[in-house]
Design a protein around this ligand. Structure first.
Ligand code: BLA
Length: 504
C-alpha cells in the first residue's frame, strides 16, 4: 500500500553525508594532524588490494605511499574547497589508480578510482574546439544547443540535455542531443520537486556529479565514529539518495553525469547526460565537462544581460517618446490621449484606463465601465509608489468575472497626484499548453516497505492547458511603469507652476 506524500520530505535527505560511496572507487581519509587513517570504504581491498580493517588507524603513507601523502598535505595547505587531482598510484598488479583529494572538516580525504585510461582519454584539443563553437551563440538557448552537442562529443553519453529552471523551480529541457533511436525529451517540463533544494545547493558548490550505475549497491564507510557527519559533497564517488536512484531506474536511465550551470550565485539550470547502460565518467571527462560548464555559465550570464538589454532599450525608447509628449497639449489628459498607442506599447498591454485630474481615459480593449470601477475599488487600495502586477486576476478574484473581457493580466500604477488617480493596464489571456514529463501533481508516494518516499513511476507525456493567465509582467515593464508615474508627477508639478506664474 502506498500513500501520496509531501515532497518536502525530500529536503531531509542526507545527500552531503550519506556515509557511503559508489562502488567504482574507494575512499580513505586521514586525520589532518596525526596523519592516521580515520575512515576507509568497505571495498578498499577490492580497489587497492588492502583491506579497510588493515588500513584504519595506520599512518596514511603506509596506504598511499610517502610521495602521495606529501601531495595530499599540499592540497590541504592550498585550502582548495573542491576536488583536486593529485596524481596516481600503481597497484601491486600494475593497474593505475587516480587519486583525487578534497577536504572535509578535520580530514584529508582521497578518492581512489580505477579508471582505464583508454576509456577516459580525450582526443587532444577536443574540449577546446567545443568551447570555441560557443562564440557563435546569440541567445541562451543557442548556447545550450551548442553545449549539449559538444558535451555529447566529449562525454559519449547517449543523451545530453540542457535543463533550465523556471521562476517557481520547475525545469524545462530547452536543448538536447541524443542517440537517434531514443525518444526525445526536448520541450518537456518537470516539477520543482524532482530536484529538491538540497540537491540544487549541492550542485552550486560541487558543479560536476556522476552516477555510474543506478542499480549499484552503496559501499559503507568504516572507521572513526561520526561517519554520518563526514561531508562528501566534493567526492566524485559520493553515494546518492536512494530516492533519486529509483527515479533514474523508473526513467530507464542507468548512468548520469550532471553539471550545474550558474548565473552569478544562482543555479540557472543543469547540463544532464544520461546513458542507457552503466557508464563511469573518468577524471579527464569530468574535468572537460566541468570546464564546459564553467564557460557556459559565464556566457549565459552575458547573453542574459544582452537579451535583457534589447528589451530594455526598446521599452525605454517608448518611455522617452511618451514622456516628451506629456508636455504637449492643454491638459495632461489631452497629452496622454494624443500620444496613443504609446501608453499601451510601454508595457505591452492591450487596454488601459487612466484616472487623472478628475477624468477617466480609456485606451484599447478594456472591461465594461462598472467592472473597472468594482475592480479598482477592490484592488485599488495600493498606494504609491507600490505597483500591483497580477497575471491571473480572474483566477485570483472570481468575484470580478467581467474582467475576463479585457484579459487576465492587470498592472496597476497608483499616481501620487490625487485620491484615486491611477493607470490600470490590461493584458489578454495567453493560453499555453505545457507538456510535463509525467503528471506534475504526482510528486511521489510513501513506501512503507522501504520506509522512504518513492518517486513517481510514470514519465509519460502529460499535457496541461494553462488558462486564465496572461504573459507575466517583466521587471523591465514594471520599471517603465514606475518611471512613467514619476514623469507624470513631475509634469503635473511643472504645469501647476506654469499656471501659478500666469496668475501672477
Ligand atoms: C537529484 N533529480 C536529481 C538530479 C536531477 C534530477 C538531474 C541531479 C542528479 C543527477 O543528475 O542524476 C531530476 N533528472 C531529473 C529530471 C530529469 C532528469 C527532472 O534527467 C529530466 C529529464 N526526486 C523526486 C522526488 C524526490 C527526489 C519526489 O522525483 C524526493 C522525494 C529527490 N532528486 C532527489 C534527490 C536528489 C535528486 C534527493 C539528489 C540526489 C543526490 O545527489 O544524492
Amino acid at each position: 500500500m502506498t500513500a501520496a506524500c509531501d515532497p518536502s520530505i525530500c529536503e531531509t535527505e542526507p545527500i552531503a553525508t550519506p556515509g557511503a560511496i559508489q562502488p567504482h572507487g574507494a575512499l580513505v581519509t586521514a586525520q589532518a594532524d596525526s596523519g592516521l587513517v580515520a575512515h576507509a570504504s568497505a571495498n578498499l581491498a577490492e580497489i587497492l588490494g588492502l583491506p579497510a580493517a588493515a588500513a584504519l588507524g595506520r599512518p596514511i603513507c603506509d596506504v598511499i605511499g610517502h610521495v602521495n601523502e606529501v601531495l595530499l598535505r599540499e592540497a590541504r595547505r592550498r585550502g582548495s574547497e573542491t576536488l583536486e587531482s593529485i596524481g596516481s598510484l600503481r597497484r601491486a598488479d600494475g593497474r593505475l589508480l587516480h587519486l583525487h583529494a578534497f577536504q572535509s572538516g578535520d580530514y584529508m580525504c582521497l578518492d581512489l578510482e580505477a579508471v582505464r585510461d583508454e576509456d577516459d582519454r580525450l582526443p587532444p584539443g577536443l574540449t577546446q574546439s567545443v568551447i570555441e563553437t560557443f562564440s557563435a551563440a546569440v541567445t541562451q538557448v543557442e548556447l545550450c544547443e551548442l553545449a549539449v552537442h559538444g558535451l555529447r562529443q566529449v562525454t559519449g553519453y547517449d543523451r545530453v540535455m540542457a535543463y533550465r529552471f523556471g521562476p517557481d523551480g520547475h525545469g524545462e529541457v530547452i536543448a538536447e542531443d541524443l542517440r537517434p533511436d531514443l525518444e526525445p525529451y526536448l520541450g518537456l517540463r518537470y516539477p520543482a520537486s524532482d530536484i529538491p533544494q538540497i540537491a540544487r545547493a549541492l550542485y552550486l558548490r560541487q558543479r560536476v556529479g556522476s552516477i555510474a550505475d543506478s542499480h549499484y549497491k552503496p559501499v559503507p564507510l568504516l572507521g572513526h565514529p561520526g561517519i554520518d557527519a563526514l561531508d562528501l559533497t566534493h567526492s566524485a564517488l559520493r553515494s546518492v539518495s536512494p530516492i533519486h536512484l529509483e527515479y533514474m531506474r523508473n526513467m530507464h536511465t542507468a548512468a548520469s553525469l550532471t553539471i550545474g550551470l550558474a548565473d552569478g550565485d544562482r543555479l540557472w539550470g543543469m547540463l544532464v547526460c544520461h546513458n542507457m547502460t552503466p557508464r563511469t565518467a573518468g577524471p579527464e571527462r569530468r574535468a572537460a565537462a566541468g570546464m564546459i560548464g564553467q564557460v557556459v555559465s559565464l556566457l549565459l550570464s552575458r547573453l542574459g544581460e544582452v537579451e535583457n538589454a534589447a528589451e530594455k532599450l526598446a521599452r525605454q525608447a517608448t518611455l522617452s517618446t511618451l514622456v516628451d509628449r506629456l508636455s504637449i497639449g492643454d491638459t495632461l489628459a489631452a497629452a496622454i490621449t494624443a500620444a496613443d498607442p504609446l501608453l499601451l506599447d510601454l508595457v505591452g498591454a492591450s487596454g488601459a484606463v487612466v484616472r487623472l485630474e478628475g477624468q477617466e481615459l480609456h485606451f484599447g480593449r478594456i472591461p465594461p465601465a462598472d467592472a473597472v470601477r468594482r475592480a479598482l475599488e477592490i484592488l485599488g487600495s495600493t498606494r504609491p509608489p507600490e505597483i500591483l502586477a497580477i497575471d491571473d486576476v480572474t483566477l485570483r478574484h472570481p468575484e470580478l468575472p467581467e474582467l475576463a473581457a479585457a484579459g487576465s493580466g492587470l498592472l496597476l500604477l497608483p499616481l501620487p497626484s490625487g485620491d484615486g488617480d491611477l493607470i490600470a493596464w490590461f493584458r489578454p489571456e495567453h493560453v499555453q499548453t505545457i507538456t510535463w514529463g509525467g503528471n506534475p501533481a504526482e510528486h511521489g508516494t510513501w513506501n512503507p516497505q522501504t520506509r522512504r518516499m518513492s518517486p513517481r513511476a510514470s514519465f509519460d507525456a502529460w499535457k496541461e492547458t494553462v488558462t486564465g493567465r496572461s504573459l507575466p509582467w517583466t521587471s523591465i515593464e514594471l520599471a517603465c511603469a514606475h518611471d512613467l508615474g514619476e514623469a507624470i508627477t513631475a509634469e503635473m508639478a511643472q504645469r501647476t507652476r506654469a499656471a501659478l506664474a500666469r496668475l501672477r
